[in-house]
Design a protein around this ligand. Sequence first.
Ligand SMILES: Nc1ncnc2c1ncn2[C@@H]1O[C@H](COP(=O)(O)OP(=O)(O)O)[C@@H](O)[C@H]1O
Ligand SMILES: [Mg+2]
Length: 377
Amino acid sequence: MEHPLLPGGTIGILGGGQLGRMSAIAARRMGYKVRTFDPASGACAAGIADEHVTAEWSDTAALTRFAQGCGRITLEFENIPPATVEFVAKSVPSHPSANVLAICQNRRREKEFLRTAGIPCANFAVVSSLVELQAAVQTIGFPCVLKTADFGYDGKGQVKLPTAEADLAAAWHKIGGAVGVLEAWVPFQMEISVLVARTVDGRTAVHDPAENIHRNHILHLSISPARISEATATEARALALSIAEKISLVGLLAVEMFVKEGRIVVNELAPRPHNSGHQTFDANETSQFEQHIRAVCGLPLGGTKPLAPSAMVNLLGDLWRNGQEPDWTKVLADPAAKLHLYDKGKAAPGRKMGHITVTAATVEEAIRRAEALHAAL
Ligand SMILES: Nc1ncnc2c1ncn2[C@@H]1O[C@H](COP(=O)(O)OP(=O)(O)O)[C@@H](O)[C@H]1O
Ligand SMILES: [Mg+2]
C-alpha cells in the first residue's frame, strides 16, 4: 500500500507551465518541497519551485536526477509522452498513471474510453484517410467536426464541417492527414466543466460545475456555480465521479461537458488542473491546485464548497499591446478582484498570461465586474 506523502516531502511536477506554477504555490503553502521538469527554458513554474530541471521528456538521466528524492510525481501538462511517466513511476509513485494520461491526451482513445464506459458523448468515427472521412460523414451527418487525435488544444487541430458542401479534402489536409476523429456537432446551450479528485485508496471529491464561455476557441470567462438546474448539476457531478472510477484516476481530472436540453454530453477529459477551475483558488474552500496535491499525495481531500459566486476572466497576451504591460491599477483597485499573473515573460496573441477572479453576491454581478475589468485593460 502506498503511504501518504506528508508536508515536508518533495513533489515532482512534470511540466512547468501556469498549472504547475499554481499547483506548486498550493504545495509550498502546505510545506512541501517542489521540483519541476520542463523541456522549455523559462518555464514559469520554475520561479516557485525549489528546484527546476530543464531537459527533454526522453532524457532518462535527467528524469532519474529529477525523481531522486521525490516522494510523489505528478504532471500539469497533457502532452507528455506516457513513457516518461512510466519511467519515473518505476522509482517514485506517480499520479495520474501513464495509462490515464495516454487515454486523455489522444481523442481517439478518449472517445473510445467514453463510449466503452457508457458515458454519453457525441457520436463519432475514427478516420485515418480521406476515403474513410468521406464514408464517415455519411454516418455521422452534418454539421460535424474533424479533430486530430493527437496534440489538439484551444481549438487547434479542428475543422468544422457545416454542410454536405464542405470541402473534405481541404479539411483532411488541414488536420495534417494523421489519425482523426470525426464528431457529430452538439448544438449545446452551455459548456460546463467539473473537477473530480480521487486518491489511490478510492476516496473522491467533486467541485460544482463551472460554466465556460469561449472566445476564438479559447476560454474567456468561467462562471461558478454554473447557471444550470440542480438536477443537471447533480448529473454532471455523478458523471465526473463515474469517469474517475472507471478510468481508475488518481489525482485531479477536469471533465468538459456540453449541456443540451438539460442533459449532459461529455466533451473532453484533462487529467490535471484546468483553466476553468482557476476561480477555485479564491472562491472555494479548497482550490483545484490544493486538491490536486492532496489527491496525488493521498491526503484527506479538501471541502469543495463555493465561498461566494465568482467569475474568472482570462488575460491573454493580446492585452500586451506592442509588448507593453497592461495598466493593472483598475484591477488592483477593485477590492473583490484577485489578479493572478503567471510570470511567463513574452506575451503573444492567445497566450495565457494570467487571470482575474471576481467574487460577488451573485454570479451576474461577478460576471459584470469581471468583464468590466477586462474591458478596462
Ligand atoms: N462536437 C462538438 N459540438 C459542438 N461544439 C464543439 C464540438 N467539439 C468542440 N466544440 C467546440 O470547440 C471547443 C474546443 O473543442 P475541444 O474538443 O474541447 O478541444 P480543445 O479544448 O482541445 O481545443 C469546445 O469547447 C466547443 O466550444
Ligand atoms: Mg476543450
